[in-house]
Design a binder for this molecule. Structure first.
Ligand code: TXA
Ligand code: MG
Length: 385
């Protein structure tokens, strides 16, 4: 693996490497992606290998000019154009009917393709210079937390990829919002960095499959198959990872991930409910229901409680139940909270904790993406309740 900077000379190297079928990790405004030439099946196959990602989970294809959507999509409905024109470049992925030329390995054999035009200047420049659409999932082992810094990528995948471009930490911090524009009505497949409200302003109401998921951690234990079913039609999961990470903890992660349930019959095939998970058990509670609910369940030590803002942090500290309290955003700023979420979880995952106790945040705007990722993180634990 070679580390590149965001200088023009280095971006030329990265673009050339992509043209030659190499794997290049690069920053986007959401998370770091692991890129390959979308029209080079062998290069794309290496992405699946590097991530240990099942091939039934399709990839997002990244472009850097609006008109390149036509290289990938057979047809672009009017409302999809509207979203593309108004919200791109930005953290939005649009599912469209695919052109025959798009290799099946990219789309996992589906008749649709996921297209995204990222706003990060480094991502845009690499794609422009490469002059090819770039297939890029988040640059993490399958099922784990997505990387929001180059160091996260080095720690998780450094050995299996050719280049990593360091463009600093990602601004948004959670993956793009995925919206399916191929059905009768638009459907939200993954809440993410583009708030649903902005999408609905442009194209009206969007279906939210599986929206009635159980929300309280206590309600999840034993919810079992019903809950899984809801999520099969529901959102995508987060994958993230902590800061400086040893190989050993990577192995631990891989083992832990092998246990993740995944079903090829899902609507968006990568959307198992236990994605985006740290290795440390994470317990999720309804907004403002910590610490009472956690106390009833019994608390594992050492542990930390994750508070949305200063006010909640004070309540959690005053309870005396937790060994430490971490705050997503002191002022309760949703953007800051989103940007910090994965990097905080990466760090906490390195701290040798028995448990992380988290509260849902207000469920609007970016809060929806935070709650989705916390929920998925909470699905991966294998500890007695
Ligand atoms: O922000 C992001 O979207 C990042 C950056 C790198 O762009 N990428 C990302 O990719 O999160 P990935 O592969 O980790 O997540 C893509 C999600 C998966 O859940 C996948 O199942 C879904 O998009 N997806 C891809 N193609 C699809 C399709 N044709 N139909 C339905 N879902 C699709
Ligand atoms: Mg991912």
């Amino acid at each position: 693996m070679k580390l590149l900077s965001a200088s023009e000379a280095d971006l030329i190297v990265a673009a050339q490497a992509l043209r030659e079928g190499k794997l290049v990790a690069f920053p986007t405004e959401t998370v770091y992606g692991l890129g390959a030439n979308a029209f080079d099946e062998r290069a794309v196959a290496r992405i699946f290998e590097a991530k240990a990602r099942p091939t039934f989970d399709p990839l997002i294809v990244h472009i850097a000019r609006l008109e390149d959507i036509l290289m990938l999509a057979e047809e672009v409905p009017e409302n999809a154009w509207r979203l593309a024109r108004r919200l791109w470049p930005g953290p939005l992925t649009i599912i469209l009917p695919k052109r025959r030329e798009v290799p099946d390995i990219v789309t996992a054999g589906l008749s649709t393709v996921a297209v995204r035009f990222p706003s990060h200047p480094v991502a845009r420049r690499i794609i422009e210079l490469a002059k090819i659409p770039i297939a890029a999932p988040s640059a993490n082992p399958f099922g784990y937390l997505s990387p929001t810094t180059a160091l996260h990528v080095i720690d998780m995948l450094g050995e299996s990829i050719d280049y990593i471009v360091d463009g600093g930490p990602c601004d948004v911090g959670v993956e793009s919002t995925v919206i399916d524009m191929t059905g009768e009505r638009p459907a939200l497949l993954r809440p993410g960095g583009m708030p649903l409200e902005r999408i609905e302003e442009l194209i009206g109401l969007v279906d939210i499959p599986g929206h009635d998921e159980p929300s309280v951690d206590e309600g999840l234990e034993g919810a079992g198959e019903k809950d899984m079913l809801l999520f099969e039609h529901g959102f995508e999961h987060a994958e993230t990872q902590g800061a400086a990470q040893s190989l050993k903890s990577c192995e631990k992660k891989q083992n832990h991930l092998k246990k993740s349930p995944e079903s090829p019959s899902q609507k968006s095939p990568g959307q198992s409910s236990s994605h985006y998970a740290p290795s440390t058990p994470l317990f999720l509670f309804d907004e403002e229901s910590l610490p009472e609910a956690a106390k009833r369940k019994g608390i594992l030590h050492p542990c930390i409680a994750l508070a949305f803002n200063d006010r909640r942090a004070q309540v959690l500290r005053d309870s005396g139940l937790f060994d430490a309290v971490q705050i997503l955003s002191e002022e309760g700023d949703m953007r800051e909270a989103t940007a910090r979420l994965f990097s905080l979880l990466h760090d906490l995952d390195e701290a040798g904790l028995a448990a992380i106790y988290a509260e849902r945040v207000p469920d609007a705007g970016l809060g929806r993406a935070i709650n989705d990722r916390l929920y998925r993180a909470s699905r991966n634990k294998k500890v007695p309740s």
